[in-house]
Design a protein around this ligand. Structure first.
Ligand code: ADP
Ligand code: MG
Length: 235
């Protein structure tokens, strides 16, 4: 039985301005990812991996082709509807953890929850705050951060731990699609491997359609499918 894809790209082409010409970063790329599936995309630097994630995240609009998230075609959407879709349905983990230096691990998750709740018009009474704290603690626990680490700020955590906070934060809105760009580039091989293991586990546990981009082929053992990107083409 095949579940309907949570992420679907059809013949997506993306170009960037390049002097008086255009550079083709994505060349007729098609990709379907089912809920609970981890797809790895490997390829050298400059092959178009980050561009692929930017289009899947609806951060960039393709020149041609179709991008659907959770069954919704994003091409005809207003910018506002796309922002809402991104907030509700898409979790993004970039290369650098992008954590706020003054906040503890738990507060990193609460801050995005607050923004999301505000956009939904949810009021945050004492009960709401307590529930959000419990959810944040649970998510951080599930990525391997104990109570003491949950109260630390980014500079008091290791690179691998920061990346775990980053992953927990991306999951906090209950996304259908999880997009992960070179999460292990700042880690040694063993820590990198553990982060990829974690991504495989959260993909199962949360049922996300996960795309993991990396130039490190050694990390691909945990993926359900491995695709290769070269010169903007996916194979
Ligand atoms: P990767 O993530 O695999 O390293 P990218 O998607 O970042 O590849 O880049 C693909 C190609 O598009 C590269 O040739 C890169 O130089 C070019 N590129 C990426 N972003 C931009 C941009 N904002 N403007 C112009 N060219 C870009
Ligand atoms: Mg990149």
């Amino acid at each position: 039985m095949n579940a309907a894809p949570a992420l679907s790209l059809k013949s997506v082409t993306l170009t960037y301005p390049d002097g008086d010409r255009r550079l083709t970063a994505l060349d007729a790329v098609s990709l379907d990812v089912a809920p609970g599936e981890l797809v790895a995309v490997a390829g050298p630097s400059g092959s178009g991996k980050s561009s692929l994630l930017a289009v899947a995240a609806t951060l960039l609009r393709p020149d041609e082709g179709r991008v659907a998230v959770a069954g919704q075609d994003t091409g005809a959407m207003s910018a506002r509807a796309r922002t809402a879709l991104r907030r509700e349905r898409i979790g993004i983990v970039f290369q650098q953890a992008n954590l706020l230096p003054s906040l503890t691990a738990e507060e990193q998750l609460l801050a995005v929850e607050h923004v999301r709740g505000g956009a939904r018009g949810v009021r945050s009474g004492v009960r709401g705050v307590r529930a959000a704290r419990a959810r944040a603690a649970e998510l951080l626990e599930s990525v391997g951060l104990d109570a003491a680490k949950r109260r630390r700020r980014p500079h008091q955590l290791s690179g691998g731990e920061r990346q775990r906070v980053n992953i927990a934060r991306a999951l906090s809105g209950g996304p259908s699609v999880l997009l992960v760009d070179e999460p292990t580039s700042a880690l040694d091989h063993e820590r990198g491997e553990r982060v990829v293991e974690l991504l495989a586990a959260v993909t199962r546990a949360h049922g996300t359609a996960t795309v993991l981009v990396t130039h490190d082929r050694a990390l691909l053992g945990r993926a359900d499918r491995v695709l290769t990107m070269a010169d903007g083409r996916l194979r």
